[in-house]
Ligand binder design. Sequence first.
Ligand SMILES: Nc1ncnc2c1ncn2[C@@H]1O[C@H](COP(=O)(O)OP(=O)(O)OP(=O)(O)O)[C@@H](O)[C@H]1O
Ligand SMILES: [Mg+2]
Length: 350
Amino acid sequence: MASGGVEGSAELRIDGAAKRFGEVAALDGVSLQVARGELLTILGPSGSGKTTLLKVVAGFEKPDAGSVKIDGVEITALPPARRDIGMVFQNYALFPHLTVERNVAFPLEMRNVTKAEIARRVAEALALVELAGYEQRLPRQLSGGQQQRVALARAIVFNPRLLLLDEPFGALDRKLRETMQLEVRRLQRRLGLTTIFITHDQEEALVLSDRIAVMNKGTIQQIATTTEIYERPANDFVADFVGESNIFHGTMSGTGVVTLEGGRQLRVSTSAVPGKRVGVLMRPERFASGGINAFAGEVVESVYLGTSFKLRLACEDGLELLVRQPARGELPAPGARATFGIDPDAIHVF
Ligand SMILES: Nc1ncnc2c1ncn2[C@@H]1O[C@H](COP(=O)(O)OP(=O)(O)OP(=O)(O)O)[C@@H](O)[C@H]1O
Ligand SMILES: [Mg+2]
């Protein structure tokens, strides 16, 4: 393994990938690029086509149309073993009867690497995932997080050009999951590995990624940096899927004014022209008590979440708002009256 080197890592380009299973369009014309050394997360609900996309990249599924290129060279027809891609699956898929050492050595044995070189590289990979000393254990003698680190070591030991991770931490508890996320990020940066990480957990996507591709029904809805996805989602689906949201629809009724369905007017800062139909996104944490764009109403639900209060506010005009406030003082009880405002700059119009 070239430690710290970016030279082994590659750029990936997918153009117009399509794949049908009977009536289902698992991939419906997917195009994307992952830059050398970048970590791209694919985020989407169950059945949106995430695994199918990874399988097309890894060569386990042949696309009906479209192409996959690594560093500009088309590999769409190349068998998986010849693609030099490291992959970690959701269920670890370690060989249960092989020791940690033999599991990690496996891809090198497949590639006819010499014994001495295998020993050196396995030791290096195990050190990277902080499992030196566990060489002789069997998978069942390890915790879930340790097993997942073995799977990771096995995926990077042969210095792959690409690393593909399909919901690798799905089976881990929250705390371990967070530790593993940071570890993967550190390792990926250190090795400069071009990586695709699949998840349906939006928090995981925000923590890990350089960019996020949001998928739904076999298509990419938006591909952008984490902040762009969160602050400026392209449509209802992305706004709703990533983070908590208040989404309303209306019409631009003047410069910087939206009239929502139901008649309420909101001041916004956008260049959208009067008459245009728009969506309006207000993140719950962007509200302050009082101020401009005031929403007055009754608290119908309130929850204490340690660092914040989460409130549901029913307004007189029938709008319901989700609001998050820093936890200070008393938690407003259901039935209490409250007014929250939001700055025009904090409202995203799409
Ligand atoms: N081998 C197959 N045969 C038939 N249908 C399939 C096959 N593989 C996937 N599909 C279908 O294609 C669609 C996309 O599946 P895919 O596994 O890519 O989804 P996913 O986004 O990975 O979902 P999850 O989050 O549940 O893993 C689904 O509707 C699925 O049922
Ligand atoms: Mg999947």
